[in-house]
Design a protein around this ligand. Structure first.
Ligand code: TEU
Length: 558
């Protein structure tokens, strides 16, 4: 089939979490000048788009995902001038900047909310979702993503406001046309400044089912689930089409929706190839595979056949209809080498490269989260005092104080799954604090920076960094990697992830051993004379029966 070719399909995106990327002024917090200093590093890696986690003014209840002014820069990160310099410097290097757009909610310190809570007839009242008490308590049984009820009582007007996240993140009322106009005009302001697109935070949740009914409550759960009345709500596609018309259409942008709860059937609406809404979405099905009774808090391992089933469904259902995003990690997920690979000793680099190859040879736009290109690992946090993330801290209290999980187990779960695993400072070199800051970092540095750091990896051909660089280069040079049709082989195999890509007479075979065991596999006849494009074992050729090493991965081209 003739493919709709687009630059954003051919791109590789790198996510920066500015707070932890590079600190230029010694206050222990990363900043915009720090990012500008490191643009050459990103150019060397070969990425061509940066997704910048929020840099807007914020009281930092949720590290910038609680915005108090959409048109100002967070003071810890620098000034608007620093932003402009960063943007121009990125553009000079052929790197585009995708902003994080957090518009399901604002901070409670945003001017709109400060006004809204003042009185029932304030012009900003309907910018947010206010409800009367029901039977003397919260308007419904919804729990917030960060613990507790999703409603907060506000004395001034004796009503409750909705917050799906922290109580300092009140939800905007998207049914109000004025809210939508404000958001679209703010987006145009950034686009006119020259930014190249948006990653849209929890955009699948902006339209709530009228009446806000109680959600289903699992046995033993403290609150009801808002999901059925919030996720992929009744008007979400109307709002996004309106956003396309009123904000995005005149500009050449890249857009990705963060869409928890999205199915492939919904994704082909959000990310339809006609670009009527967004370019692509982040699906959550792959991360939800190790969730359980207590949401994500456990030590469970994802089983490979289930992971393959999810990714196969996304690769095949979207074919010719919509575009995929490809990611293992972001600022909300633990480090992938600790989750799906092996983060100890001899297998860390091999498994980090295997995971990279597996993802980057699939169909879609790949996203790399800072430090992933070095094979950075989860962090040996000691006690609760080492954590900074509101989700982790609130979850600890909620689960332990209600005797749902005991304290030692909960700490183990945090060490394995906490978002803070991804948020410790980037490892630049072996100097104190990994070269991230000359001050005291806002969160502890992972002690393994002396071994895992960018400086060391830039100086070594066999490093994880150099492997990512080769994967990115291969994608740039070969349309089969961007546009080829995906086909999964051996779906039930517990150890091997094997698939092909086909495009205009070319074919690629990808073989990844997700286990620490040696495995043998038969290479399909047609690939016997193929070229090995990339291998984490420096394998040069393949024929017939292949004996794979632990975490071995390779791609063969014919
Ligand atoms: O995340 C939304 C979201 O679904 C998360 O709550 C996710 O389920 C959780 O972090 C996984 O443990 C977005 C942002 O990416 C996140 O950083 C913000 O905290 C959140 O929205 C609120 O803005």
């Amino acid at each position: 089939m003739e493919q709709n070719k687009k630059w954003w399909k051919e791109s590789v995106v790198y996510q920066i979490y500015p707070r932890s990327f590079m600190d230029s002024d010694g206050d222990g917090i990363g900043d915009l000048r720090g990012i500008t200093q490191k643009l050459d590093y990103l150019k060397e890696l070969g990425i061509n788009v940066i997704w910048l986690s929020p840099v807007y003014q914020s009281p930092n209840d949720d590290n910038g995902y609680d915005i108090s002014d959409y048109q100002a820069v967070m003071k810890e990160f620098g000034t608007m001038e620093d932003f402009d310099v960063m943007l121009a410097s990125a553009h000079e290097r052929g790197i585009r900047i995708m902003m994080d757009l957090v518009v399901n909610h604002t901070s409670d310190e945003h001017r709109w909310f400060v006004e809204s809570r003042k009185s029932k007839d304030n012009p900003y009242r309907d910018y947010y979702i206010w409800q009367e008490a029901k039977d003397g308590r919260e308007p419904n049984n919804w729990g917030s993503c960060f613990g507790g009820s999703a409603w907060k009582y506000d004395e001034t007007t004796d009503m409750y406001y909705l917050h799906l996240f922290s109580k300092k993140q009140p939800d905007l009322n998207w049914e109000n046309e004025k809210v939508r106009e404000e958001v679209f005009s703010m987006m145009r302001w950034w686009l006119d400044k020259g930014v190249d697109g948006f990653r849209m935070d929890v955009i699948s949740m902006i339209s709530k089912v009228p009446g806000l009914p109680d959600g289903p409550k699992a046995e033993g759960a403290l609150y009801g689930d808002f999901g059925p009345y919030v996720i992929n709500g009744p008007h979400v596609h109307d709002y996004l089409k309106e956003m396309r018309d009123k904000a995005l259409a005149p500009y050449d942008t890249i857009t990705v929706g963060e869409t928890s709860g999205v199915t492939v059937q919904e994704a082909v609406k959000y990310a339809a190839d006609d670009e009527s809404e967004l370019n692509m979405v982040f699906q959550f099905e792959q991360n939800d595979l190790d969730g359980g009774e207590h949401s994500k808090w456990n030590l469970d391992k994802i089983r490979l056949p289930e992971l393959k089933a999810v990714l196969n469904r996304w690769q095949t259902y979207l074919e010719g209809r919509a575009w995929n995003s490809l990611y293992w990690s972001n600022h909300d997920q633990p480090r992938i080498v600790s989750r799906l690979g092996n983060d100890s000793g001899e297998y860390r680099e091999l498994s980090a490269k295997m995971l990279a190859l597996c993802l980057h040879m699939m169909k879609g736009t790949p996203y790399i989260y800072q430090g992933e290109e070095l094979g950075m690992t989860n962090v040996p946090f000691e006690g609760l005092e080492d954590f900074r993330d509101i989700e982790s801290i609130n979850a600890y209290h909620e689960y332990t104080e209600n005797n749902l999980i005991d304290k030692d187990n909960m700490l183990e779960y945090l060490r394995y799954k906490s978002r803070d695993n991804a948020r410790t400072p980037m490892h630049w070199d072996e100097s104190p604090n990994a070269g991230f800051t000359e001050g005291t970092p806002w969160i502890k540095v992972n002690p393994n920076y002396t071994e895992i750091n960018a400086k060391e990896q830039l100086g070594r051909d066999s490093s994880v960094f150099r492997f990512y660089q080769r994967l990115i280069r291969l994608r740039k040079e070969n349309p089969v990697i961007v546009y080829g049709r995906f086909e999964l082989l051996l779906p039930e195999d517990e150890d091997l992830f094997m698939y092909t890509r086909s495009y205009e007479g070319e074919k690629l075979l990808v073989i990844c051993n997700f286990s620490g065991k040696e495995r043998s596999v038969t290479v399909p006849e047609e690939f016997a004379a193929g070229d090995v494009w990339i291998s984490n074992y420096e394998r040069q050729s393949v024929r017939g029966e292949l004996s794979l090493g632990a975490y071995e991965a390779l791609a063969i081209h014919i």
